[in-house]
Write a protein that binds this ligand. Sequence first.
Ligand SMILES: NC(=O)c1ccc[n+]([C@@H]2O[C@H](COP(=O)([O-])OP(=O)(O)OC[C@H]3O[C@@H](n4cnc5c(N)ncnc54)[C@H](OP(=O)(O)O)[C@@H]3O)[C@@H](O)[C@H]2O)c1
Length: 253
Amino acid sequence: MRAIKDMSVLITGGGSGIGAGCAELFVEGGAKVTITGRRLDKVTEVANRIGPACHAVAGDVTVEADRERMVAAAVAHGGKLDVLINNAGSMYRQAVGAYTEEFLKDAFNTNVISGMMLASRALPHLVTSQGAIIFVGSTHTRRAFPGASPYATTKAAVEGLTRVMAAELGPQQVRVNCVLPGAVSTELNLRAGLFNSEEAAARYKAVAGLHALGRIGTARELAEAIEFLSRAEWVTGVALEVDGGIGLGVSNF
Ligand SMILES: NC(=O)c1ccc[n+]([C@@H]2O[C@H](COP(=O)([O-])OP(=O)(O)OC[C@H]3O[C@@H](n4cnc5c(N)ncnc54)[C@H](OP(=O)(O)O)[C@@H]3O)[C@@H](O)[C@H]2O)c1
């Protein structure tokens, strides 16, 4: 297993939720972490809380100039780049009969194309470090939630590209994996308007029962799995379900 200490890690969407949890865990292990997000106040607040090993860069992963800046900032902060965590993403729900092309393109741009482009930009650095790329997929490819086809489709794409990228980059000793989280209480569903903060506890309580372990997960538990994938030197092309068993589709019928 590769050591976390002195790793240079770029985490997109590090100003909240799973990305912020990753930043905390990697810095605790001695890594130099660069976090990004569009909201400067969010990434700055997380970096200030974690300390000087965590560097905040505001930017939009859908903008090429911003992606270039993110990679350059991570290389400058950590002196190299060992791990790219493509975590930034949004929930996209739209009923089949109400599809709009603009919405679907936005979903793919944010959840799929941005991570592919970042991987491309980061690749020379990852080849040098024999590093790793980790995508964040979703249990939405294991369980069907009506209305969430745009989101589920982007996450299916993430799983597919993980396998091909792993095959393509393996000879250069760059590993590519993804995690498939179950439900975690973050800003994701609130920002998509699925429910408001007053309703959140009841909604998460309801979804907890779909998980074999009877509860939703934490950002920390996702970070632990992502940390494993960043260190495990003979693991590539894997879609790791970190989901409390929701993906099993447990039914007590
Ligand atoms: N929470 C869950 O239950 C769950 C389950 C399965 C998968 N996931 C996946 O986990 C990942 C992290 O989500 P989360 O749950 O931690 O939700 P979150 O708290 O909403 O985090 C998502 C982060 O992505 C950033 N982001 C979104 N669009 C961006 C853009 N265009 N450019 C730069 N940053 C962008 C957001 O920051 P800004 O808005 O400031 O840019 C935000 O900090 C996502 O890929 C999500 O699909 C979450």
